[in-house]
Design a protein around this ligand. Sequence first.
Ligand code: PGA
Length: 251
Amino acid sequence: MSRRSFIAGNWKMHGSAEHVEDFSRVLVDAAPSLNCDLAICVPFVYVERLARLLEGSEIAPGAQNLSHSVEHGAHTGEISGSMLADCGADYVIVGHSERREMHGETDEVVVAKAEAAVAAGLRPIVCIGESLDQREADKTEAVLKRQISALTSGCDRQTLERMVLAYEPIWAIGTGRSATPEQAQAVHEFVRTQFADWDATIADSLPILYGGSVKPDNASALFAGADVDGALVGGASLKSDSFVGIARAMG
Ligand code: PGA
């Protein structure tokens, strides 16, 4: 099965209306010459503006979080998947390690959010990955196994079919210390095998992105891995030239 390459940007809590406008203009111009699918996940308040600016292009707008609740109701400050879809979002990041660590999102919450995303017609980009302590204690595979089994046992089949997975070793996020291409490929292969034990068809078509200090100068080596289908890019997605440079590395 040939999987389409996919590069998604994660702006985190960065950006402004002007930044969204400038970035979108450059990206829309560059997109026809890029050989991969593209998405940009911005803070909630810019999703609608971004979607308007990307209209007619192949670039997908996205958000970085959503409520676990499908039902609208008394959830002050929360944003539902259907609200994001209303604003034009196609993708939403779920379970980023910053949300797991700073906002207490457990595997169960991540499953509920992935389900809520798909119920609203969005594609969830679900993040998994180990901390430095866990890697050094040789627990990487055990941690990933737990995170993956929460997804395969908790999510509907339809959710898994719509899911994009992002392997993001926490020690590589925002540190400038990317995983080596060999480390990334080894984990991606392990992740795909875990899904294959559950359902070979879904495992084969599952896009698995690598995230953690991806830059234009390390992207093509990382993308050489047979199971590395693209990247979830944080810092380098804020500048249109570096984001486009990473997308060009897809070949
Ligand atoms: P980074 O972030 O590219 O800045 O390391 C990746 C992410 O957190 O998604």
